[in-house]
Design a protein around this ligand. Sequence first.
Ligand code: HEM
Length: 395
Amino acid sequence: MDETFDIHRNWTPEEAAQRWEEMREHEGLCKFSNHGGFHVAARFDDVLKVLMSPEIFGSSKGITLPPPDKVRSLHIPAEVDPPLHAQYRNIVQPLFGATQARAMEPDIAAIAADLVSRIPDGEPVDFVRMLARPLPIRVALMLLDVPLDHAEELEVMVEDLHHEVATGEARGGGKRLEAFAYSVLDRHSEALRDNKANVVTAILDGNVGGRPLSREEQMSMVRLIMVGGFDTTSIALANLAVWLSDNLEAAREMRDEPRRIDDLSEEIVRFSSPSTYLRREVMQPVELSGTQLQPGESVLVAYASANRDPRKFECPASIVPDRKPNPHVGFGAGRHRCIGSFIAKAQMRAAFEGLVDAFARIEIDTERPASYSSGLGQGISSLPMRLWRTDAINR
Ligand code: HEM
């Protein structure tokens, strides 16, 4: 194993898969010296142990690597440890359940249909620009009850923030995103509230330890809802499009079976693991897979590696649409498990249905290469495609 492991380098999917295999096979946990030194939990069982023991592997010192101190304030509730974590999470949890996501489906489907309608027939397009990025950013704005015409501005801010987290180089994205989150809160302030019950009013009314949330805490919760579901869902949607390009006939057979589409979406999240790694900090001495860890040390949780662990998943490198059981950790596990998973799956289903209905042929444009993001959320960041409309072919 090398002394250093640069997670912010652009790994191709093949290189990354090779890397994870080496780390899973390594005796004990791999240790690297960059970013202040860190271990990697790469085997499924190790990852699960870390995620299920938040009192030993804490999130409150920051879940990104390098840690976030210079670039941004902490994300709530992702960077709060139990028992306090539940108090923050419970403020918004009731608005993110399966029933609530189901109620949002018609609006999510309308946004997806609008984006699908803008894809030009048979012409070279970047699927990520046309659908995979605009859909989650619009859905986040919808959740926060903000007009969708802020979508492009928000997209640039989130991109800049990710760049800052990865490189430590200030681009102002973090600051602009904070200002945007404050403006979202102001839109819902007492005077303008209009009896609306939504995620933002729940945050404004939220209490922790018997006191109202501070303005900064409110901002942090709004900001995480914008950031948490953006690149992640975008990567999953791009992988869905790749799958559709090879399996359009099979997709048509599933078109009216939402449960099968949800199973496929779970499998795509396992396969693509849009949240590739996140950090935990050791809070008390512990041994993991024979490696002794001390308080203050960083452990990088490799969700993507766990999801490809052949000890847990048969044919881990293939997408098996009806894989059962599918105990993947693509949405995390334990107390911090993704709060937005139902909304992410609703978006994947809306995209699936919109694309299958509109297009007779979906092809990856092999003349132009796809590109991949680096860092904590690795996955497809541009996807050249051509899509041919069913109505144009039938005309
Ligand atoms: C395919 C899409 C998504 C993936 C793969 C994903 C992945 C994850 C993962 C792995 C975690 C756990 C982080 C940890 O262990 O520290 C997480 C947490 C979280 N996600 Fe997602 N996410 C997705 C979509 C969304 C969406 C759409 C939203 C919001 C609308 C969202 C909001 C959050 C929030 C707020 C947390 C923090 C939960 C907590 O700490 O209690 N995510 N997500």
